[in-house]
Design a protein around this ligand. Structure first.
Ligand code: FES
Length: 109
């Protein structure tokens, strides 16, 4: 099974009416299409993943490995996510996080 990236767009993540940042779903879907990423890293837009207070949340699942990212809010964060996805797709393994996203990694309780 290729790794998969779950981007939360649930009850809190992406809910601008709650004061949270929008999740650029179309941008992500377009990027996956444009760069042919789906075969090596599947993208899913998910419901609530649990740690709502860290919105916006994204989870990379690779076998038993889990990489949680939180507090994504800017276009640069999502561009970095696409760059990371391209590198995972090219190398066919989960590569190191882009610098911009390192401080966004968290371990859920
Ligand atoms: S809505 Fe995204 S973690 Fe709950």
């Amino acid at each position: 099974m290729p790794p998969s990236l779950l981007v939360c767009d649930g009850c809190c993540c992406g809910r601008m009416e709650k004061g949270n940042n929008a999740v650029p779903i179309e941008y992500l879907k377009d990027a996956w299409k444009e760069h042919g990423l789906q075969e090596h890293l599947s993208l899913s837009i998910s419901g609530c993943l649990g740690p709502c207070s860290l919105n916006n949340v994204t989870l990379m699942m690779n076998g038993n490995e889990r990489i949680w990212l939180g507090k994504l809010g800017t276009a640069e964060h999502y561009e970095a996510l696409v760059e990371w996805a391209k590198s995972v797709s090219n190398n066919q393994e989960v590569s190191d996080l882009p610098e911009l996203l390192v401080s966004h990694q968290f371990k859920p309780k």
